[in-house]
Write a protein that binds this ligand. Structure first.
Ligand code: FAD
Length: 478
């Protein structure tokens, strides 16, 4: 009988540590999966090597939204005279803005500890590694050497920001979102590489507080996965705000110097343009956290580094499941939570697990961007027959009263069935407004379902109803 750790036989040690579910990773996928198992009456443990909450609560969704709120408020205060108010000499205390973001993250992360206790989920601090199907070893921290046995293992180890080989984030000249969330001093200028949601949110935040921002994107549009109209509208808004935008260019020859970063932007035609700034933020995607996750006897099928799962979220090994960022796109906290809850429901026979179909994608800059379903370009590429309904916020009483008239709601409606194929919103509170569209799409609703529901007046949500109606020329206010 092999012995392990404190000299006890391996099987004895493992039996003392027997669970119905062992989760590795305590982010939105991991903590939700562990809590769901506990809700279903099962004994669950969640192993997290940092503190619970994952990227989302600690270094992603939540701290960035705290920063964006400061930026938004600052902009509102600067334009107070629009509302008949005097608010002079408003200044930014960057260190305090950052400090508030950390306090918010701390508060939320502590909340997960409370939820674990409430649901009797055992939280183990340390790094988890699957050494055999059904057996997990803690390889760092106070519990190092402990073995946990479970028929079900859920891998929810998330992702880390991608870096460019040879360009190590130093927290001063080269940053990823992780280092950017720890800045103590606002840089005078920054080049942001990558105009997906993270790059765009940092561009808005830093520019709003007075940093000179250049946003660089290799693809032809900013927010390239959004509808073309939305990307174009956001680009116009950002340029008006003073952000320099370079799309369709690749950043090359990056030189990190004592005083800043210099690089070249290379267009599709080979044209080169020099660019420089105090620092460079890499917002170019993510890589899966699988380093040290599997023992030498365990191999899992992967696709571009992300763990492959089947319709039951089971990996290529029976009893080992995956959920969240580590199983690939879309890399979103709410999707991560949905996947893990579905995986856990499935593994304990609580209904049949659903894969992600309709989900909202949100970007919290100003104007905000939110969408669900297909873009118009995707509909064209699929050869679908569709109608467009579009309603501008300039025609919304609530938007005018609030002086937030930028943007529109756009629906893409199937010509034959009237079903909603896509919903795209750019404007104030877009990220809240999208919920109604997601619900309708989840229920395979039609434009008439949205239109027939009475929307409160005056609200921005009226623009959603009017946009649905506009698809059949029935909008009243345009
Ligand atoms: P994670 O949250 O990354 O959690 C994985 C956890 O596993 C981590 O805590 C890690 O420490 C731990 N871990 C890894 N390996 C091990 C191991 N071997 N043993 C023990 N623990 C381990 N999404 C949104 O939906 N909305 C947003 O507004 C949003 N904003 C974002 C802003 C930024 C700057 C970033 C970087 C991301 C943002 N995201 C946003 C994405 C979101 O954070 C992720 O989709 C979400 O956190 C994924 O959850 P997860 O549980 O799969 O992984």
């Amino acid at each position: 009988m092999p012995s392990y750790g404190k000299g006890k036989p391996l099987t004895d040690m493992a039996q003392e540590n027997a669970y119905d579910l062992v989760v590795i990773g305590g982010g939105p996928a991991g903590y939700a999966g562990a809590i769901r198992a506990a809700q279903l009456g099962h004994k669950a443990a969640c192993i997290e090597m940092e503190r619970p909450g994952g990227t989302c609560l600690n270094w992603g969704c939540i701290p960035t939204k705290a920063l964006l709120k400061s930026a938004e408020l600052f902009q509102e205060m600067r334009h107070a005279e629009t509302y008949g108010l005097a608010c002079e000499n408003v200044t930014v205390d960057f260190a305090k803005v950052m400090q508030r973001s950390r306090i918010v993250a701390d508060q939320m992360a502590k909340g997960i500890g409370f939820l674990f206790k409430k649901n009797k989920v055992e939280h183990i601090t340390g790094k988890g590694r699957v050494i055999l199907p059904g057996l997990v070893e803690i390889t760092s921290g106070e519990s190092q050497g402990r073995l946990l046995q479970s028929k079900n293992i859920l891998l929810a180890t998330g992702c880390t920001p991608k870096v460019i080989p040879g360009l190590t984030p130093d927290g001063e000249r080269v940053l990823t979102s992780f280092e950017a969330l720890k800045l103590q001093k606002m840089p005078g200028s920054i080049i942001i590489m990558g105009a997906g949601a993270i790059g765009v949110e940092f561009a808005y935040f830093l520019n709003a507080l007075g940093c000179k921002v250049t946003l660089v994107e290799m693809l032809p549009r900013i927010l390239p996965i959004e509808d073309d109209d939305v990307s174009a509208s956001l680009e116009r808004a950002f340029k008006k705000q003073g952000i320099t935008i370079r799309t369709g260019v690749k950043a090359e020859n990056v030189h990190v110097e004592r005083s800043g970063v210099k690089l070249e932007l290379v267009g599709a035609d080979g044209a080169r343009e020099a660019a420089q700034a105090e620092c460079l933020l890499l917002a170019i995607g993510v890589t899966a956290n699988t380093n040290g996750l599997l023992g030498s006897k365990v191999t899992l099928a992967t696709d571009r580094g992300f763990i492959t799962v089947d319709d039951h979220y089971q990996t290529s090994i029976k009893g080992v499941y995956g959920a969240g960022d580590v199983i690939g796109p879309p890399w979103l906290a709410h999707v991560a939570t949905y996947e893990s809850v579905q995986a856990v429901n499935g593994m304990f026979g609580h209904g049949s697990p659903q894969r992600v179909k309709v989900f909202p994608g949100c970007t919290y800059c100003q104007p905000q961007v939110a969408s669900a379903g297909l873009t118009e370009r995707a509909c064209r590429e699929k050869g679908l027959k569709y109608r467009i309904g579009k309603f501008p916020f300039t025609a919304s009483g609530k938007a005018v009263a609030s002086d937030h008239t930028e943007g529109f709601v756009k629906f893409i409606i199937a010509e034959e069935t009237d079903e909603i194929l896509g919903a795209h919103i750019i404007g104030s509170e877009a990220t809240e407004l999208i919920a109604e569209c997601v619900l309708a799409m989840q229920m395979e609703g039609t434009w008439q379902d949205i239109h027939a529901a009475i929307h409160a007046h005056p609200t921005l949500s009226e623009a959603v109803a009017e946009s649905a109606a506009a698809s059949h020329n029935e909008a009243i206010h345009i």
